[in-house]
Design a protein. Sequence first.
Length: 350
Amino acid sequence: MSRSTPGQQPVLVLGIETSCDETGIALYDSGRGLLAHALHSQVALHADYGGVVPELASRDHIRRVLPLTRQVLHQGGAALADLDAVAYTAGPGLAGALLVGAGVGTSLAHALGIPAIGVHHLEGHLLSPLLADPAPQFPFVALLVSGGHTQLMRVGGVGDYVLLGETLDDAAGEAFDKSAKLLGLGYPGGPAIAALAASGRAGRFPLPRPMLRSDNLDFSFSGLKTAVLTAVRDLPPEPQARADLAAELQAAIVDVLVGKAIAAIEQTGLTRLVVAGGVGANQQLRLQLTAAAQRCGCTVFYPPFEFCTDNGAMIAFAGALRLQQGDVLPPAAQGFSVRPRWDLASLRRA
């Protein structure tokens, strides 16, 4: 989709995402929309370790980023000289992985004499539903739910973010991953749990819904993981028991996410809810959240499935919006840095 306003000159931005275990490259034109994108996942690389190994992730990004960049430029019918800016994920994320994208992005931009835009990874996720059709209008409540983050934000516009609630410990995606390991399933845990839960029945092994009835919008999932550990120790040996426990775990996480998201809608008085992040691809979450939103008279927006996990399209898109707002330093004044820890609420519109 196009995000250029009438009279505004379209911009062409190359996006580079290397914050964790996916190398994502995309080419976004604000007048014509997303021209091309490519993604390489490192799931197979890290599967034997049950989680991401930072050094392996960084090395794989080095191998993938330039070939993918050439591929995307070819698919998008563009040359390096056509670019107006290069956007890269500056944080948060794994320091070594971030440095790969930042190094390539800033070097390329410097050579071309164009701006390099350091994008906040979570801002990319927050804005990714705007790539869908229909796209939400500002303001809206955003449920950002992934392997490393579970937050509720009020989004008033690009750079206008107010934190409403966040996890006090484990993120929802982390609870999926750790519980999947306890159940002897593969990595990443979310899809593995969902696949096993499809043949299970929730309720047989009751699990807690942490903080569902609290008087705030915060989350907590570490206790749920502990409850799964206890249940696994006493689990009957038949395969159906594992499926039933997986179904209950998925139901517990979904119940909490839906309950908190609807509470945020009611608290803010807004009527639009955006879901972003890898857990946003969970079908049960989408079904129950959409139904709950209809009951309270609001609308839910999701990014396309391919843009739920980390990807270059969201970085190119966020970079284009920032460039058009003028939130970018000129090439001569740009530095080279990444921010492995970076508070989204600290972002402000320039």
